[in-house]
Ligand binder design. Sequence first.
Ligand code: GLV
Ligand code: MN
Ligand code: MN
Length: 421
Amino acid sequence: MTRAITNLGVDGGRLWADIMALANITDPAAPFTRRSFSRLFADGRDWLTKRFHEAELETRIDAAGNLIGRIEGSDPRAGSIIVGSHTDTVPSGGRFDGIAGVAAGLEIVRVLRERKIALRHALEIVDFLAEEPSEFGLSCIGSRGMSGRLTAAQLQFSKPDGEKLSEALARVGGEPARLAEAKRSDIRAGFELHIEQGTVLETGAIDIGVVTAIVGITRIEVVFEGKAGHAGATPMHRRHDALVAAARLVDRVRILAEESAAQGRGYFVATTGVIEARPNASNIIPGSARLIIDARSESREALVEFRERLDRESLVLARAASVERPRFETLSDTLPSACDESLRQLLKTAANGLGLSFVDIASGAGHDTAFLSHIAPAAMVFIPCKDGASHCPEEWCEPKEVAAGTAVILEAVLEFDRGET
Ligand code: GLV
Ligand code: MN
Ligand code: MN
């Protein structure tokens, strides 16, 4: 485990209490669940808004639905520093993914207030809207908006009950008609603390991961249409079973991903995380099937090639199962993004100064920082998490680990504020 660390300059107990309080705003039947756009998500944001007010932050929701708490800087021309992450969760997720990064920002503000430190830059704590893939099939909605990458077509995505993303965005306080105003040009540095969601730090007993790059993520929706029919009375040779094509595609996704990973172009993974059959009854041949495939890589070329192969092969599978493939749609397609080298250096210097060990590490998970990095220098700190478990209730890290990551960002913010002119 990591070393006993004391005197980090942040209040680890207060930080931990915030994380637990927010985590406990959950669906009791499926801890820890606080899906974006849900009632519980709104409850979590109400809780956070109160904490922002207590910390005397000027609080607002921007046009892209991000909840932002701000302290003005002493130099109005200096621009802003952002610290943030997200408070939404996956279904039955964990207590730390996202939450820890928002709580870290809040703790940094409290420490600055207590030490009566006024920064030259404005400091903003951001709860980015819907970092996890929402019911609209889209992730990182708030950070896409803040970086000018939330498209008009994406605002038309709808969730199963028919609500459009534009409507849901307005429901949580965003302004889809003024989305352009959410795009920022004043951010000079962005920092995000996150659990590693892997085992590199835990295995190596290393305190801090300084992220090098975040994978690109391509999400593709595929729909097969066949013909529903009686499961007992339809002979095998007369079937148009959409789920048969879908099942074969799940297998191809895995094989194509394994082949890509073996090609030596860096990290590559792909997952079929959604499969829906209709009408989904035991005695009816599935008339339609919908899949969502999530592919990630450090290599843009590898992702493009995967998508092309999947396009070709899904058509072949449709033909073989005597069904149609009416939809092959790229829902989202983010570029692999590198973290800013000078901010990474500041984080390393901060870790060093605090007596913390650190290592360079790539992120296989997506993060809001990937979008932020299109409009500003941005960097991430990873902290260890137990057994690499994440997106599950077992997700865990120790109080001193979150405190250590927060202290590193605090020191980096202070140094950046001192240094940048
Ligand atoms: C976000 O957690 C993602 O990597 O999907
Ligand atoms: Mn996540
Ligand atoms: Mn996350």
